[in-house]
Design a protein around this ligand. Structure first.
Ligand code: M6R
Length: 619
């Protein structure tokens, strides 16, 4: 989704802004823009459709000087992606420029009011309304920009993160947030001058400073060239900036020799999961230690039900979590699409636990789902990757998955991190509830610790997928089939393939296939079966037979050494043996590689697939 970068200090702003926009490219966007105030007090704005590189080309012959500036990547919501609709937007007098992430719900009403006051608009966006409203407030109430922003935002309904420049005052940068994140970096330049960086996440900031302030909802910040940082909220109360230290490193944001972030992140999974597990398992005692659960032990012991809300890949990991928590901890678990849950007046009891699963921690629907849980008095738990994200802050307890930044739009290591975390949570609750025998509890903990090595084995023993994938670039459809714990893996395999290769794919419970989808099967249809020698193996073998007799192409994920399914298949991927509940952590690996290699063979932009955004901050 949209990204914001800002800078005020003694350095030239433009190179910092452009680098920051490149760092934010992973979020997905369709146009970009930048605005600086030069030494002559000109407020320059340049915009381009397409990639940041196109903006750089456009700026090459322009005046990009100035040591204060804002920049933006736009993912179109209101109005098509063109240079008029791209940000920054300029106010009518030309005194202000503004960038915005989020959606202003009452923009039509505000626009009509401003038109009645003589304001005209050149774009189709809700954002232009904001910049005109702030200018109107500033002029009509004769106040400074900081005050005008605070007063104007009281009339705004919706979500926003904004940054504003004022031509007449190049010594101050103002920003504000509600429902869309903003991070302020506080740095010191080579000559010891204090400087401020701004980002819609920490990625454009981390190479300059580790000291950050996460702006809270309904806060407005003023960054002054003198080094002063002032924060006020919509209710006019001054706030003390809370300083945090970033744990993110620059290396984590770079490709490290891999052609794409997605491939890097697939191969990072063994180490990512070691980090995810580290400190949560007491190796000698064979015990799970999750403070997020033990600190709220009573809530989990008395929970009537767990409701997990999530979207996309996170929804798939939640489904695996449901199977595991129900089996291990004997608590009913419901898994909900956050976007459906939030609007359908669901029954939520005060003794329910609502868990939000979200890699970014910023997904608008998931955030709204937990807010609904909060209104009904449920206990809120977050499973996020991004430290300090909105969902992590909005929940009463939680567990970070700690898999490091995920830059590729297609979620890979976050999926396995979420599944691992949900398994740890299931084990932690089971321990409190005594729903597993000691023997089973210790055996599952032992087995979970072997998973990183088994993923490494899986990566190393399925190296031919790049060649094999070439054969499937012509395909228009794919079916992914699995049962039990592997049904969500089938869903995830299908989502991965469709989002980055643009091949239509469906995931299905293998036994459901004969109730409809089997009609699609012919010699052109690749059917991917997740068929480990575990659980419902014999049943899956029968399902494969049904497809084979209709001449479908069989691709299977099998346990190392399996002969029966391998012999029935046109191609097999191998995984080591593990407990049923942990098979998804291994079986998903070849499916991630398959989608990656099919997509790259088709020449797709796997890290930034069309129309998709990394964190979906609009509903
Ligand atoms: O940040 P979240 O986990 O809340 O994001 C949810 C989905 O938008 C995300 O998983 C999406 O489906 C990915 N592109 C899948 O690869």
């Amino acid at each position: 989704m949209c990204g914001i970068v800002g800078y005020i200090g003694e350095q030239e702003a433009y190179p910092i802004l452009i680098k920051g926009l490149h760092r934010l490219e992973y979020r997905g966007y369709d146009s970009a823009g930048v605005s600086m105030i030069n030494a002559k007090h000109d407020l320059n704005i340049y915009k381009a459709t397409g990639k940041v590189a196109a903006l750089e080309d456009k700026c090459a012959a322009e005046d990009t000087t100035g040591n204060i500036g804002i920049a933006h990547t736009r993912w179109a919501t209101h109005g098509e992606p063109n240079t008029v609709n791209a940000h920054p937007h300029r106010s009518q007098s030309g005194n202000l420029s503004l960038v915005h992430n989020g959606i202003i719900e009452n923009y039509k009403t505000l626009r009509t009011k401003l038109e009645n006051e003589g304001y005209t608009f050149c774009s189709d966006t809700d954002t232009e309304v904001l910049v005109q409203l702030i200018e109107y407030t500033q002029k009509s109430q004769q106040c400074d920009l900081f005050t005008a922003v605070q007063r104007a935002l009281k009339h705004v309904v919706g979500a926003y993160a904004i940054a504003i420049l004022e031509k007449e005052n190049p010594d101050q940068l103002v920003c504000a947030r509600k429902g869309s994140p903003l991070v302020i970096g506080v740095g010191t330049d080579a000559r010891g001058h204090k400087e401020f960086y701004l980002g819609s996440d920490a990625t454009p900031i981390v190479e300059y400073t580790k000291q950050v302030v996460y702006l809270k909802d309904e806060e407005i910040a003023l960054m002054d060239r003198s080094g002063k940082l002032e924060i006020i909220n919509l209710s006019n109360v001054h706030q003390t900036p809370e300083m945090h230290i970033l744990s993110l490193s620059l290396d984590e944001l770079e490709k490290g020799g891999y052609p794409h972030f997605m491939l890097k992140e697939i191969w990072e999974q063994p180490n990512a999961l070691r980090t995810c597990i580290r400190g949560r398992i007491h190796v000698q005692a064979k015990d799970v230690l999750l403070s997020g659960i033990t600190d709220h032990k009573e809530k989990f012991l008395n929970a009537r039900r767990i409701i997990i809300c999530a979207c996309g890949t996170s929804w798939h990991s939640a489904l695996i979590g449901k199977y595991f928590i129900e089996e291990a901890a004997q608590i009913p678990v419901e898994v909900e699409y956050a976007s459906e849950f939030r609007y359908r007046n669901p029954v939520i009891y005060p003794d329910d636990i609502v868990i939000a699963v979200s890699q970014s921690g910023e997904t608008a629907d998931t955030l709204a789902a937990i807010q609904l849980g909060e209104q009904k008095g449920a206990f809120l738990y977050g499973i996020c990757n991004v430290i300090g994200s909105s969902i992590a802050r909005a929940t009463q307890s939680g567990t970070y998955i700690h898999v490091g930044p995920e830059i590729g739009v297609a979620s890979t290591k976050a999926f396995t991190g979420q599944v691992t975390t949900l398994c740890l949570i299931g084990l932690a609750i089971a321990k409190e509830k005594h729903t597993l025998s000691d023997e089973m509890y210790h055996m599952l903990i032992d087995e979970l610790q072997t998973i990183p090595d088994k993923i490494q084995w899986t990566l190393e023993n399925n190296q031919g997928i790049d060649q094999f994938a070439q054969m499937f670039t012509y395909c228009r459809n794919f079916l992914f089939l699995g049962r039990g714990y592997n049904y969500p893996v089938a869903l995830e395999g299908a989502l991965k393939l469709k989002e980055i290769s643009y091949i239509h794919a469906e995931g299905y419970p293998a036994a459901e296939m004969k109730h409809g989808p089997i009609a699609l099967v012919d010699e052109e249809m690749p059917c991917v079966f997740i068929a480990p020698k575990r659980g419902m193996y014999d049943k899956v073998v029968s399902n494969i037979q049904e497809i084979k007799s209709r001449k479908g192409k069989i691709i299977s994920v099998v346990t190392e050494g399996d002969k029966i399914v391998s012999d029935m298949s046109d191609y097999t991927f191998v995984i080591p043996d593990t407990r049923d509940c942990f098979v998804p952590l291994l079986a998903v690996i070849p499916l991630q590689l398959l989608s990656y290699y099919v997509a790259t063979a088709k020449g797709r932009n796997v890290d930034q697939p069309r129309n998709l955004a990394k964190s979906v901050t609009v509903e």
